[in-house]
Write a protein that binds this ligand. Structure first.
Ligand code: CTP
Ligand code: CA
Length: 289
């Protein structure tokens, strides 16, 4: 129905979309969660498939049926989502983080159900979860730096200046930069100086997703907070929603502002979440080489 009449401008592109909200276990029966329904992520998956993309949907705790034409990977916690997203991102052209990822998780998970006692309950201590979107931005920045240093010949894309230098860790292979001034050709690489992206692709990896998209739900100072977040996370697009009564969570309709790195914001008027999705794909398609 709504899916007809779309351009096939994502044909041959691999896109990874996260959807829903993570749950962080307190004990075997309880968790810390959030109100994300997954509707926006699923709208992104349907519309991307309709526009020709090969879609991997990483879904956390949604009560929605699998969209046609997408490979669905179901996860529960932020840690599981990170594994699934980073491994799918290794050969993706586009990653869209529409999921609500818990910022914190209980520092310890009880193996057995916490029992009610006569005394006051024990406090639940929290610890930080990894920031998947920021990690993708860092991995891409490092991959691009390594690619330029190893003499790939591709002109450097400007690094995101505000991104903190975070060590890349497990989950995906990271092209390592050689010491400065040293080029280290891979064994069997006939080209002088190696070639980061080429080496990565021979290992079955692309060096990075070309377009990274984040979402942000804000309750106040919506645009200022969004701009700061776009820069901090090193992503290309940030879809900002205002959250409040009847807005964004669990509803089929939404309005959004898409912030664009190095460009003007795009307003998407109140309407079906497919409209927000198509506005995102229009901007993504324009940024894909
Ligand atoms: N995100 C992520 N990993 C996290 C937290 C968030 O990948 N641990 C992603 C979300 O999927 C979203 C974007 O980052 O695409 C912005 O999430 P948001 O919660 O708005 O940003 P935070 O940096 O967590 O800031 P805050 O919650 O303090 O507003
Ligand atoms: Ca957050």
């Amino acid at each position: 129905r709504v899916l007809r009449g779309r351009p096939l401008d994502l044909t041959g592109r691999k896109v990874v979309i996260s959807a829903g909200g993570t749950r962080e276990a307190i004990d075997p029966v309880r968790y810390i969660g959030n109100r994300s329904s997954g509707l926006q992520g699923y709208a992104l998956a349907r519309t991307a498939a309709a526009r020709g993309a090969e879609v991997t949907l990483v879904a956390a705790n949604v009560a929605l049926s699998d969209p046609a034409g997408a490979k669905v990977v179901r996860v529960e916690s932020a840690a599981e989502m990170r594994e699934a997203v980073l491994s799918a991102a290794a050969d993706a052209d586009v990653v869209v983080m529409a999921a609500a990822v818990a910022d914190f998780r209980p520092a310890t998970r009880h193996d057995t159900k916490i029992k009610k006692t006569d005394g006051e309950p024990e406090p639940i201590f929290l610890t930080k979860n990894p920031d998947i979107l920021a990690e993708l931005g860092t991995l891409r920045r490092d991959a691009r730096t390594a690619q330029v240093r190893s003499g790939d010949g591709t002109p450097p894309l400007p690094p995101s200046p505000s991104l903190p230098p975070e060590p890349a860790s497990l989950g995906v292979a990271t092209p390592q930069s050689p010491p400065s001034g040293v080029t280290s050709p891979e064994p069997g690489d006939s080209r002088p100086g190696g070639g980061g992206l080429e080496v990565a692709s021979r290992r079955g990896l692309r060096a990075y997703p070309e377009v990274i998209v984040g979402f942000a739900a804000e309750t106040d100072d919506v645009l200022a907070n969004g701009q700061a977040k776009l820069a901090r996370k090193g992503c290309d697009l940030l879809v900002v929603n205002q959250v409040g009564e009847g807005l964004a969570f669990g509803t089929p309709d939404n309005a959004a502002t898409v912030l664009v790195a190095g460009g003007e914001p795009v307003e998407v008027p109140f309407g079906p979440k497919e409209d927000v999705a198509d506005a995102v794909w229009d901007l993504v398609a324009a940024r894909l080489s």
